[in-house]
Design a protein around this ligand. Structure first.
Ligand code: NDP
Length: 333
C-alpha cells in the first residue's frame, strides 16, 4: 500500500515538501475490525487548517501522521459482525490506500443508488454544508437575491441551485470565464461573475439591482468587500468558509471592524458562522431531498477526479488556488 503523511507544517501556501509519500504494509484486522481498501479520497479546503498547529474547531493533523480525510472504501476483510467483505462504505480513512476501522465511523453505501464518489460531494459533506447552511441560516425566499462564491465547487454549486429551487435569484462568483459559463449555462444561475475581473465590484452591483438578501460566505477577502455594501436590511450571511484566507490572511484589516459592526446594527444583518456537523441530525432529511433533486435534474454537479494517491498533494495545493473545476476527488483504487 501507499500513504501520504504530513511531513512539515506549511507557512503560507503548502508545497510538495510538506507531504511525504511512502509505502505502507497492509494492516491485519483484529477481532471487531474491518480492513478497508480506499477507492476515493475527498480533498477539501478544511484540510489546510488541519495542517496548522493552531486551536480550531478540530484538532491539528499530527506531524508525521497520515493526512486525514473522508473516503469511500471497500471492505476487503471483516472481523466485524455488521460488515461483510465486498461492501462499500463511507469512511474517514485519510490519505492512504488501506486502513483499519472498528466500524464506528462507517456508513454503508449503495453502489446502485448513485456514483460512489458523490458520497464525498453533492450527496456528502459539501452538499450537506450547502443544504444545512441555507436551511438553518440563509433561508432564501422567492424573489430574493442570493450570492455565493466558489460557485462551481461542490458547496457553491449546490447553494445556488437550492436557492433557485426556493425561488430566489442566484448570482455566482467564480474564477475565470470557463467556470462562469458553466455556472450560468449548466447550473442555471442568473449570473456569474469573475472575481479576478478588475471591475468585479461594479459587475456584482449591476447583477444585483435589488441588493443582496443572502450572501453564502465561502471565500472572504475581496469578494466579501464587494458584497458587504450590497447587503439589504435583514440580509443573512451564513459564514461557511474563507478560502481566500487559508494560506495566510491579508494583514491590516482589523481597523475596519467598528465600521462593519455599525452596519451590522443599522441593517439588522445576521452574520452566523457554522460548521456543518452542528446540524448532523438533519443528514437523513438532506440525503432524501438531495437525491430527489438530482434524479429530477434540478441539481447538477461536476466532479474533478484525479487519478492516483501520489497526485493528491499537488491537487490539494491547486484546490486552494482554484485550479480544481468541480468537486475534487482522488481515485485511489
Ligand atoms: P471548492 O471545490 O469550491 O474549492 C475552493 C474554491 O475556492 C476554489 O476552486 C476557488 O474557486 C475558490 N477560491 C480560492 N481562492 C479564492 C479567492 N482568493 N477568492 C475567491 N475564490 C477563491 O471548495 P468547497 O466547495 O469544498 O468549499 C467551499 C467553501 O466551503 C470553503 O471555504 C470551505 O472551507 C467551506 N466549507 C465549510 C464547511 C463548514 O462546515 N463550515 C464544510 C465544507 C466546506 P474559483 O476558481 O471559482 O475562484
Amino acid at each position: 500500500g501507499t500513504r501520504v503523511l504530513l511531513a512539515s507544517r506549511p507557512t503560507g501556501r503548502p508545497t510538495a515538501e510538506n507531504f511525504r509519500i511512502e509505502p505502507m504494509p497492509i494492516p491485519t484486522p483484529a477481532e471487531g475490525q474491518v480492513l478497508l481498501r480506499v477507492l476515493f479520497l475527498s480533498l477539501d479546503p478544511y484540510m489546510r487548517g488541519r495542517m496548522d498547529d493552531r486551536k480550531s474547531y478540530a484538532a491539528p493533523n499530527p506531524l508525521g501522521a497520515v493526512m486525514e480525510g473522508g473516503t469511500v472504501a471497500e471492505v476487503v476483510e471483516s472481523r466485524h459482525p455488521d460488515y461483510a467483505a465486498g461492501e462499500v462504505v463511507l469512511s474517514y480513512s485519510g490519505w492512504q490506500t488501506h486502513a483499519l476501522s472498528d466500524g464506528k465511523d462507517l456508513r454503508k453505501l449503495d453502489p446502485a443508488a448513485a456514483p460512489l464518489s458523490t458520497a464525498l460531494g453533492v450527496l456528502g459533506m459539501p452538499g450537506f454544508t450547502a443544504w444545512s447552511g441555507l436551511r438553518n441560516i440563509g433561508q432564501p425566499k422567492p424573489g430574493e437575491t442570493l450570492v455565493v462564491a466558489a460557485a462551481s465547487g461542490p458547496v457553491g454549486s449546490a447553494v445556488g441551485q437550492i436557492a433557485r429551487i426556493h425561488g430566489a435569484r442566484a448570482v455566482g462568483v467564480a474564477g475565470g470565464p470557463e467556470k462562469c459559463r458553466f455556472v450560468r449555462d449548466e447550473l442555471g444561475f442568473e449570473a456569474c461573475l469573475d472575481h479576478r475581473a478588475p471591475d468585479f465590484a461594479e459587475q456584482l452591483r449591476a447583477a444585483c439591482p435589488d441588493g443582496v438578501d443572502v450572501y453564502f460566505e465561502n471565500v472572504g477577502g475581496a469578494v466579501w468587500d464587494a458584497v458587504f455594501p450590497l447587503l439589504n436590511t435583514f440580509a443573512r450571511v451564513p459564514v461557511c468558509g474563507l478560502v481566500s484566507q487559508y494560506n495566510g490572511a491579508t494583514p491590516g484589516n482589523t481597523d475596519r471592524l467598528p465600521g462593519m459592526m455599525r452596519e451590522v446594527l443599522s441593517r439588522s444583518l445576521l452574520i452566523r458562522g457554522f460548521i456543518q456537523r452542528e446540524f448532523a441530525a438533519q443528514q437523513p432529511e438532506f440525503r432524501t431531498e438531495m437525491a430527489g433533486w438530482i434524479k429530477d435534474g434540478r441539481v447538477r454537479y461536476r466532479e474533478d477526479i484525479v487519478d492516483g494517491l501520489e497526485h493528491a498533494p499537488e491537487a490539494f495545493i491547486g484546490l486552494l488556488e482554484g485550479r480544481n473545476f468541480g468537486k475534487l476527488v482522488v481515485r485511489v483504487g
